[in-house]
Design a binder for this molecule. Structure first.
Ligand SMILES: Cc1ncc(C[n+]2csc(CCOP(=O)(O)OP(=O)(O)O)c2C)c(N)n1
Ligand SMILES: [Mg+2]
Length: 277
């Protein structure tokens, strides 16, 4: 488990390199969601470059597509393409490594970035898999700001109606979106109760703690009569230190050279602490 904690800090460094080299990206949400992605891709999901043509593999859609840099970093490390290539090519003219998920790349199910579409598409995948009698699981990750999209709530309603126990949605609940706090922009006063009222199993977890996320994913697998939503309580910018943690301005801020050095040092320190845990 420590290895996965270390991995999450190492992959944040890849994200940082990608963004600083290219001059664009969404670093805050990348850093908040990293433990969720590492838990899914290294511990939970049956998915690999070798089994993408196998319909019994698991499915994942990155609904909050602006966090593409963390998604690319994880896919590269899992062997879908090379880390060096994505760091060098990200957001360059003509590259397939564009600034939101691109399904022309190996491992990427769906183009996303226009918020609010991952859950509805996953409902279709989950329904089809169930109709075919498959035992695999379908996962999506949304942002808490993304929940302002009406299609998300239609999705919550439909998935509850169809009792899609093979579906698990994560809300990366970092309390911030593009221009301020979720509370200011579109508040959800009782998020867990709201989602539960649509017929979902809802559980909370510390979304920057891999052990807690793995436990939440394991809990979801025991629920046989309804979909599960994990409300992952995270810190936007987690791992980057006081400079960038919990700051709306870091939604898509590109670090300066000095900030790059500072974040690199912070990530190194956190990685070393995780190694000695
Ligand atoms: C339909 C749609 N409207 C607006 C945007 C612009 N946009 C990009 S990121 C973002 C904020 C998203 O906040 P959240 O879902 O909380 O993401 P996170 O905090 O994890 O970065 C917005 C409004 C978009 N991508 N899609
Ligand atoms: Mg957010």
């Amino acid at each position: 488990m420590n290895q996965l904690k270390v991995k999450a800090f190492e992959l944040r460094q890849v994200v940082l390199d990608m963004i600083v080299r290219s001059g664009g990206g969404h670093i805050g949400g990348d850093f908040s969601v990293m433990e969720t992605l590492v838990a899914l891709y290294y511990n939970q999901m049956n998915i690999s470059p070798e089994n993408m043509d196998d319909k019994d593999r698991d499915y994942f859609v990155m609904s909050k597509g602006h966090s593409v840099e963390s998604y690319y970093a994880v896919l590269a490390d899992r062997g879908f393409f090379s880390t060096e290539q994505v760091v060098n090519e990200f957001s360059t003219f003509g590259s397939k490594f564009i600034g939101h998920p691109n399904n022309k790349l190996p491992g990427i199910e769906m183009n996303s970035g226009s918020l609010g579409h991952g859950l509805p598409v996953c409902i279709g995948i989950a329904l089809a898999n169930r109709m075919d009698g498959r035992k695999n699981r379908v996962y999506t990750v949304m942002g808490d700001g993304e929940l302002a999209e009406g299609s998300v709530w239609e999705g919550f309603m439909a998935a509850g109606h169809y009792k899609l126990a093979n579906l698990c949605a994560v809300v990366d609940c970092n309390g911030l979106q593009i221009s301020g706090t979720t509370e200011q922009v579109m508040n959800h006063t009782k998020l867990a109760d709201q989602i539960r009222s649509f017929g979902w199993h809802v559980t909370d977890a510390d979304g920057n703690d891999i052990d807690k996320m793995i436990a939440a994913f394991e809990e979801a697998k025991t629920v046989s009569d309804r979909p599960t939503c994990i409300i992952a309580h995270t810190v936007k910018g987690f791992g980057g230190g006081a400079l960038m943690e919990n700051q709306a301005a870091w939604h898509h801020h590109v670090p300066t050279k000095e900030e790059y050095d500072q974040i690199t040092a912070e990530l190194k320190a956190r990685k070393e602490a995780a190694e000695h845990e």
